[in-house]
Design a protein around this ligand. Structure first.
Ligand SMILES: Cc1ncc(COP(=O)(O)O)c(C=O)c1O
Length: 398
């Protein structure tokens, strides 16, 4: 059923990103086996939208100057982050609290390095964003998977089971809040329970809140630090403008640490890496965290909400396929288990028959088998095309 919403050039315009050195389209064939000639890129978690005009104007100003030397002071970006967290998320932080890294995967690597030792265990609620486990294992730490439970199509946490799993070797928990994949917006009660779990087992809590702005109507993101102010001495909040505004190529992320002693441990370990600022990333993040940026995000979420409904309705018309209802994120998490097919058959129909590049569920850890993740941060015409291709690829189930 075609969507009847008015054409919105900000989100409905199809931008040909091929040849722009982007991962999602230009590496789709080599990594995912789907040709960019006629394939649909629904894997890498960036959208196919331009950022708001205020970001574009900032970049154009830099380009007009045409000299790309060292970037200056980080404080304007810090101040923009302080403003954003206060006005959008009701959280007050100071310049000193914010350490700037080259994105949040980079930031997580530094946190693991600074706050744990080789051989330590790091806890994840799975399925979860695959780069977490990749960073932890590459750092010679051990991943401990605590599987989330699907309760009537919604992920919940089972602390009795997790308490029983802990051995004392665990030193850190990395949380995705809101959760990627599955799109849960954790409630204040759940965040409180996560904080208490970390206290019980003496874990550092790295709360990755990169998806914090991408929340659908009817849900509200709570910054964990506001729900559990008593655990600041073990809490790192990770935020970035990159996911919300589609500026991930700018490689900027914040590690926000309000406890001076904990922050010193991280800052001291960052120093030897000599990380300097990314000129474009800082300028874009600063511009995005503005009243113009805020208005654009509200419109984006309205657009994504319609994408989500269209995709869910289309995919659930296939017998045995169920979409986990997203409360946040543009990453649809689809359960194919009731089709009775194996993971490899599901994946091959999507890749070879539908010619769609989507992420295979098992790459997100335990609980991901026979799931696929589809990025719906696309112009609506592409969502309609994806639904039609997927219905065709599973036509024999009708
Ligand atoms: C939970 C989460 N953290 C971090 C990232 C990536 O962050 P960055 O691009 O800043 O490294 C992603 C990207 O999908 C994500 O989903």
């Amino acid at each position: 059923m075609p969507d009847t919403a008015q054409f919105d050039p900000r989100f409905d315009t199809i931008i040909d990103r091929r040849g722009s050195a982007c991962e999602k389209w230009d590496e789709m064939e080599s990594v995912m086996g789907v040709s960019a000639t006629d394939g649909l890129a629904m894997w890498v978690a960036d959208t196919d939208f331009r950022p708001p005009q205020v970001v574009q104007d900032t970049v154009e100003h830099l380009v007009r100057t045409g000299v790309y030397g060292y970037a200056g002071d980080q404080n304007p970006q810090r101040d923009a982050t302080i403003w954003w967290m206060a006005t959008r998320h009701g959280w007050t932080v100071t310049r000193d609290d914010i350490l700037i890294t080259h994105g949040l995967v980079n930031g997580l690597g530094h946190l693991v390095d600074a706050l744990t030792a080789p051989g330590d265990a790091v806890v994840l609620f799975t399925p979860v964003y695959h780069a977490f486990a990749a960073i932890i294992t590459a750092s010679q730490r051990v991943v401990v998977e605590c599987p989330m439970v699907l309760d009537d199509g919604r992920y919940v946490l089972d602390f009795d089971a997790y308490d029983a799993q802990m051995t004392g070797a665990e030193k850190m928990l990395v949380l995705s809040s809101p959760h990627n994949p599955g799109g849960r917006v954790w409630s204040p009660e759940e965040l409180r329970a996560i904080a208490d779990f970390c206290t019980r087992h003496d874990l550092i809590l790295a709360s990755d809140e990169i998806h914090h702005d991408l929340v659908y109507p009817g849900h509200r993101h709570h910054v964990l630090a506001t729900v559990a102010p008593d655990i600041q001495d073990r809490l790192v909040t990770m935020t970035s403008a990159s996911k919300t505004f589609n500026i991930a190529g700018g490689k900027v992320g914040n590690l926000i640490i309000t406890d001076p002693a904990l922050r010193k441990r991280v800052r001291d370990r960052l120093k030897p890496f000599g990380m300097s600022r990314n000129l474009f990333g800082m300028a874009m993040s600063e511009a995005a965290y503005s009243p113009e940026g805020a208005a654009w995000v509200d419109d984006l979420m309205g657009y994504l909400d319609r994408n989500r409904k269209l995709f869910d309705a289309g995919i659930e018309a296939i017998p045995g396929v169920r979409s986990i209802r997203l409360e946040a994120t543009f990453l649809s998490w689809i359960d194919f288990s009731a089709t009775g097919m194996s993971q490899s058959e599901i994946a091959s129909r999507i890749r070879d028959d539908a010619r769609i590049a989507a992420n295979a569920g098992p790459s997100f850890g335990s609980g991901g088998d026979r799931f696929m993740r589809f990025n719906i941060g696309l112009p609506r015409a592409r969502i309609e095309e994806a639904v039609s291709r997927l219905q065709d690829a599973f036509r024999d189930l009708q």
